[in-house]
Design a protein around this ligand. Structure first.
Ligand SMILES: Cc1cc2nc3c(=O)[nH]c(=O)nc-3n(C[C@H](O)[C@H](O)[C@H](O)COP(=O)(O)O)c2cc1C
Length: 402
């Protein structure tokens, strides 16, 4: 059994909730077309600006964080597209002609009111279904004549965010426009409420996390090394998912705005989690760069089967469904005793639970002579560390003592 995945976001109809995020591979119409052919319902073109903005990229722009041969995250010092608004609006026209039922989203960044309004009007005139406004690029989205408190992204400041979002809605009142935000703020709720106050139609969370991915210990050069130098960049992929989920939930609890969730989505389970915490559509960037456009098939199949299996009639029914269970710490049910329980039939005797409990927990697991762990209920507080360390699924479970 499968469920129809169609969904509406900011008043625009999507065949499914899966959208290609603004990225190097949405920098040409040809690549976006390949994504649409694979099954993606929409695409955000690479962020573009006005003609007179010089974009000069210093290569290489990427370096990754790997452990045991697996990429945990990708780091980039990319900039916005080298293709200016005129080229991008050409792509919008081309794509809308060829794929009228797919959603084409123009991504823009301006330096002042005139630029923001010009870019928004150009995208709307070209027929973009939606406009994504990048107030969040880790390489900077400054506003001329304005000093943001942190001196970097517009979306770190509620006043500037409301101002820019207001300019955009003033310029294109009939084209839905939403604001892409950064996670790098103390009070995300204040930023999201500022977007709502501006009249903009929604938010997108999150852009890549500002970071430094590492240093080459041979050359002492921070990475990625551009002739020996680097700059702060954006970190994306698997490792940022918890931050992105938290931001989506924060936004959903702070205001009543549609949310596009993005950050670390690799499979249908990730996507379902974003929906449950308040996203209506999800965007994917790094996973496509690693695994290709074809992952949309697994995303769709898996989500559709899970919805059907749970008895949900569509995507809309699960959006925000887990939010009521996200409470302040003092509202948690305190006082219920929880203990670790180990299934010795499944235990492989690796001793990881013993070591982590001994040195990182409450010294509640004994290691007996038969190379088997034994939980001391009097010492176990139920912290939940040992099942995380156990390599065998279901071997250690936390049991409530009720
Ligand atoms: C190489 C690269 C270039 C990106 N370029 C843009 C961009 O031009 N505009 C934008 O809004 N986001 C850009 N992003 C951020 C992604 O759209 C996305 O928000 C972020 O990577 C988190 O999603 P992910 O974990 O699925 O990659 C870029 C990301 C990467 C990795």
């Amino acid at each position: 059994m499968k469920t129809n995945l169609a969904v509406d976001f900011c008043g625009v109809h999507f065949l499914n909730p899966f959208v290609l995020a603004s990225s190097p591979y949405t920098d040409t119409a040809e690549m976006v077309a390949r994504g649409f052919e694979a099954g993606w319902a929409g695409a955000v073109l690479k962020t573009t600006a006005t003609q007179d903005e010089e974009v000069s990229i210093a290569y290489p722009i990427m370096s990754s964080l790997n452990r045991d041969g697996r990429m945990l995250g990708l780091h980039n010092i990319d900039l916005i597209s080298e293709r200016h608004i005129g080229v991008m609006t050409g792509y919008v026209r081309q794509l809308k002609r060829a794929y009228p039922e797919r959603v084409v989203i123009g991504s823009i960044v301006g330096r002042n009111k005139a630029e923001w309004q010009f870019l928004a009007r150009e995208m709307a005139a070209a027929g973009a279904d939606l406009i994504e406004c990048s107030l969040s690029c880790p390489q900077g989205s400054m506003l001329e004549g304005e000093e943001s408190p942190m001196g970097s992204m517009v979306s770190q400041d509620p006043r500037l965010t409301q101002k820019v979002a207001g300019w955009i809605k003033e310029a294109v009142p009939r084209t839905p426009a939403y604001i892409k935000l950064t996670s790098g703020v103390t009070d995300l709720g204040a930023i999201v409420r500022a977007v709502q106050a501006s009249g903009a139609d929604g938010v997108c969370l999150i852009d890549s996390l500002e970071g430094i991915v590492g240093v080459d210990l041979e050359t002492l050069e921070p990475l990625p090394s551009v002739q020996g130098y680097t700059s702060r960049g954006g970190f994306s992929g698997r490792a940022i998912k918890p931050v992105a989920l938290r931001c989506v939930a924060d936004a959903a609890q702070a205001a009543c705005l549609p949310i596009a969730g993005v950050g670390g989505i690799y499979d249908w389970r990730d996507a379902a989690e974003f929906l449950l915490l308040g996203a209506t559509i999800v965007q994917v960037c790094t996973a496509v760069m690693e695994l290709g456009f074809g992952i949309v098939e697994e995303l769709g199949d898996g989500l559709s089967r899970w919805l059907a299996g749970k008895g949900f009639s569509g995507v809309g029914e699960v959006v925000g469904r887990s939010l009521p269970r996200l409470v302040e710490h003092d509202a948690l049910p305190h006082g219920v005793a929880v203990r670790a329980w180990i299934d010795l039939e499944r235990c492989v005797g690796c001793g990881r639970c013993y070591v982590s409990c001994r040195d990182g927990g409450h010294q509640a697991i004994a290691w007996n002579s038969g190379r088997q762990p034994a939980v001391d209920d009097a010492k176990c507080v139920g912290c939940g560390l040992c099942p995380q360390m156990c390599p065998v699924p279901g071997c250690i479970v936390m049991r409530s003592q009720v």
